[in-house]
Design a protein around this ligand. Structure first.
Ligand SMILES: O=C(O)C(=O)Cc1ccccc1
Length: 307
């Protein structure tokens, strides 16, 4: 049974997503205390893979995942899934809203329930925890009064009571999760793929525009661009790019090779089927056939066979 790491304890959104990402195998899910620890468990071969959150439709990127993928030995994403995010509030039984002086949860969860908190628990302090389910444990242990959790967390804590259900500021919030493996054979291209890379550009005029031109010239749609400090010095950034297409597609391979020539660092973070399965629209001049025809035309020119 393959062991798969996730951000624990039991009852996190990450656990639900990791189950969805591994539904084709019978995994043994292993909880880890942090995203970094679950990625390092993949690097140390303690587990076969890890399921990690990468971006939220309201709060944006999960920096622990971006930084964890780019520092340390290379890792790649082999699958993604998108989970709808709803939040409930757990307390010890009998606790009323007026008695709540502290609200625990993962910072991404605390940031997505501001409106409800302002109305119902205006004076309560925030207690950031490593995950939403860890917050429920804080409440059970009496170290916080309320926990903002995934709806599934209530099942793991029958001793706690619901203070509220469905309290997210944005009803349709979604989080994208990735299944992370050590480098190895890539998933087959499906025609509906995403490729993730992390790029460090030279600090020169126009480099970002030139990087993006490598993509647009080859008809590649950019679905995400994000920058994070490299941590080397102030003002040095790494760009995280998600592109539509698979590295096995000629246009994507060609663009990545172009970025490799131009940038001081290009880290390949995986090519995998997009969660939404919508086919990637490729203009005729960027199709596989167009790349093959132009390559064989060039070969004929170089061989002096123009007839
Ligand atoms: O803490 C969890 O349950 C997680 O999986 C991280 C998270 C927190 C808030 C929204 C989405 C994912």
């Amino acid at each position: 049974m393959p062991r798969i790491a996730y951000l624990g304890p039991q009852g996190t959104f990450a656990e639900q997503a990791t189950r969805a990402l591994t539904s084709d195998i019978t995994p043994e899910l292993v909880p880890y205390e942090s995203i970094r620890a679950s990625l390092d468990a993949v690097r140390a071969e303690e587990v076969f893979a890890a399921g990690v959150p990468v971006e939220n439709s309201v709060e944006g990127s999960v920096s622990a995942t971006l930084d964890g993928l780019t520092s340390g030995d290379p890792l790649v994403a082999v699958a993604e899934t998108v989970l709808p995010i709803r939040f409930d509030v757990l307390t010890r039984p009998g606790t009323t809203e007026r008695e709540v002086t502290s609200v625990a949860s993962h910072p991404h969860a605390l940031a997505q329930v501001r409106r409800w908190r302002a109305e119902h628990l205006p004076g309560a302090d925030s207690v950031p925890t490593s995950s939403t389910a860890a917050a429920a444990e804080e409440v059970a242990a009496g170290r916080a009064d309320a926990a903002v959790v995934a709806p599934v967390a209530g099942q793991h804590h029958p001793e706690l009571a619901h203070l509220a259900h469905g309290i997210a500021d944005v009803d349709e919030a979604m989080t994208r999760f990735l299944l992370i493996r050590p480098p190895g054979p890539l998933p087959q291209p499906t025609g509906s793929d995403r490729t993730s890379i992390a790029v460090v550009a030279h600090d020169e005029v126009g480099t970002l525009a030139e990087m993006l031109t490598e993509l647009s010239l080859r008809g590649i749609n950019l679905s995400r661009i994000e920058s994070r400090p490299t941590a080397d010095r102030l003002g040095a950034y790494r760009f995280f790019l998600d592109l539509e297409g698979h590295v096995a597609d000629a246009r994507v391979g060609d663009a990545l090779a172009g970025l490799h020539r131009r940038c001081s660092e290009v880290r390949f973070l995986g090519s995998f089927p997009k969660a939404e399965r919508a086919p990637v629209n490729v203009r005729p001049s960027a199709s596989e056939q167009a790349f093959q025809e132009s390559a064989s035309w060039l070969a004929r020119v170089r061989a002096g066979r123009l007839g």
